[in-house]
Design a binder for this molecule. Structure first.
Ligand code: ADP
Ligand code: F6P
Length: 493
């Protein structure tokens, strides 16, 4: 890709593919983990543009290339130290816990923050280099919150959107961040900021008001850069520039993300996937009930709470092997971060205990798989499961829930869904649970399994209608229309 050519640019921490270098020096490209890549890959199928991101491995960035799927990518490098400080450190040990209800304690290090700034500057320069005059730049997620303002400084001619895939925290939690104002100013460089839920947009607007002295009319924030220093017009603000620039208008609204409904439905209807779903059930010993969990191995996903409910259901004799079995796919994630290592130990010990107490020879209570799978296998697992248990303590959206619904063209299956996911706001016909309430969770898992089949089908039909009518294509369309229409004229006070 030569410079300044792209009219449409996606920027995300990760490229859609990760480079894996094997010990013998050979390399392969693998789909990278997470909901962001799943969603944006399908959005890019019917668009041309460039994806700016990291190739998933510390060291020099590969040359720009085109993926097998025909997507132009512009890799950005991360050194081993930046991998530790920007990615594992500031993104995943500082921001991630703050943005997810401080389920684990956040850690603050000035060195991590410096690295976050450096990497965000690198992303901004890479974007500025590939953007054509007047291009649309769509920046994604919490790892790149400074990029909107940095790109605006380098390229005032482009239109800038930001989408936050994870929750935006209440100001009481956000305010813990020593660099809170820098992050808000970074985001306010965008023309339009999209969030998963209106609560997230509201939290952001409140933070802008309280911490930056910005004002808002509905979902439009008016921010005058430097106004927080305006009591002394000659003062130099911490970024080193003289105070008070032109005001900016930024729209901040909820645009909940979704999945490629038609693509998933078509995949789940293929004879190969249907046959594989049958084969999975056979290999599990043809139980009456297959429960399924599919999550990145992340403490936000409530896997421990789910396992506790399952333990009690087995102990109470409400479910027994071999007639009921659970398959838990726990995708490897952020494996060097202490909280993730600890979680893995805890989950594996819980699974071990359930199996020790409740499995028999040839009848396993929990099948635990710490692996990644191709999409076809995921679709087959969804088709094979009588109930999907989605029990996060906090989750921006949870695309797995929507993928399950999209795959159930047979109207089979049931969705047990935590009220603390973004998806719960839309998927109101799911069996909604509070993962902290083990009794309620047990009751709802049993209802999901045992309810009248007609009621279960009616619920699934309604869930499918919602996801079909709000799929990822319509999400991208809505987002980009909002970005194109975002207010861009500064208002003089
Ligand atoms: P998050 O973005 O926090 O990981 P989501 O539920 O929104 O959570 O998205 C997870 C995505 O990763 C989904 O598209 C899901 O199908 C995919 N996924 C999860 N686990 C696996 C796995 N073991 N193998 C392949 N894909 C997976
Ligand atoms: O949406 C949440 C998110 O953090 C994405 O930004 C990310 O791509 C995905 O989950 C997986 O996380 P990671 O990139 O840290 O493996």
């Amino acid at each position: 890709m030569s410079n300044n050519q792209a009219d449409f640019i996606i920027a995300a921490n990760r490229l859609p593919v990760d480079r894996i270098v094997h010990p013998d020096g050979t390399q392969e490209w693998r789909t990278s983990p997470g909901g962001l890549v799943t969603a944006m890959e399908s959005v890019m199928q019917d668009r041309t543009g460039v994806w700016v991101g990291w190739a998933g491995e510390a060291g020099e960035a590969p040359e720009p290339f085109t993926t097998e799927g025909g997507l132009d990518v512009q890799p950005v490098s991360l050194s081993e130290r930046e991998f530790r400080d920007y990615y594992e450190g500031f993104s995943n040990e500082t921001l991630w816990p703050i943005y997810h209800d401080v389920i684990v304690e956040p850690t603050f290090h000035r060195r991590w923050w410096a690295s976050y700034r450096t990497v965000n500057e690198r992303f901004a320069r890479a974007i500025a280099d590939v953007a054509a005059q007047g291009a649309t730049v769509w920046i994604h997620d919490y790892q790149l919150q400074l990029v909107p303002a940095l790109v605006r400084e380098l390229r005032p001619d482009v239109r800038i959107g930001f989408f936050n895939h994870i929750p935006f925290p209440p100001v009481e939690l956000f305010a813990q961040l020593p660099w809170r104002r820098h992050l808000l100013r970074g985001l306010l460089g965008a023309d339009f900021i999209g969030f998963q839920r209106s609560t997230d947009a509201g939290n952001f607007i409140r933070a802008c008001r309280q911490l930056l002295g910005a004002s808002n009319k509905g979902d439009v924030v008016t921010y005058q850069p430097g106004s927080e220093y305006a009591h002394n017009k000659t003062a130099i603000n911490p970024s080193g520039t003289l105070a008070v620039a032109d005001p900016r208008l930024v729209r901040c609204a909820a645009v909940p993300i979704s999945v490629d409904f038609a693509g998933l439905e078509a995949l789940a209807k293929t004879p190969a996937v249907k046959a594989r779903a049958k084969e999975i059930r056979t290999s599990l010993g043809d139980p009456e009930t297959v429960l399924l969990g599919v999550d990145r191995l992340d403490y936000t996903k409530g896997i421990r709470h789910r396992m506790r409910a399952l333990t009690e259901l087995f102990q109470d004799g409400e479910i027994t092997t071999p007639s009921t079995t659970m398959v838990q796919i726990a995708t490897p994630s952020r494996e060097r971060v202490a909280a993730y290592r600890q979680l893995r130990t805890q989950v594996e010990s819980l699974v071990g205990r359930i199996n020790g107490d409740h499995s028999g020879l040839g009848s396993t209570a929990v099948h635990y798989l710490h692996q990644s799978y191709p999409r076809e296998e995921m679709a087959a697992l969804f088709l094979a499961a009588d109930a999907l248990l989605v029990t996060p303590l906090r989750d921006g959206m949870n695309l797995v829930a929507k993928e399950y619904v999209a795959c159930r063209h047979d109207l089979g299956g049931a969705l047990v869904l935590s009220e603390f996911t973004g998806a719960a706001q839309e998927l109101t016909q799911a069996y909604t649970v509070n993962p902290h309430d083990i009794v309620g969770m047990k009751q709802n898992i049993l209802r999901a399994i045992n309810d009248d089949p007609q009621d279960r089908r009616a619920r699934m039909r309604s869930l499918r209608r919602r996801v079909r009518n709000h799929d990822v294509q319509s999400w991208a369309h809505r987002y980009l229309a909002a970005l194109a229409a975002a207010p861009d004229k500064p208002v003089r006070p």
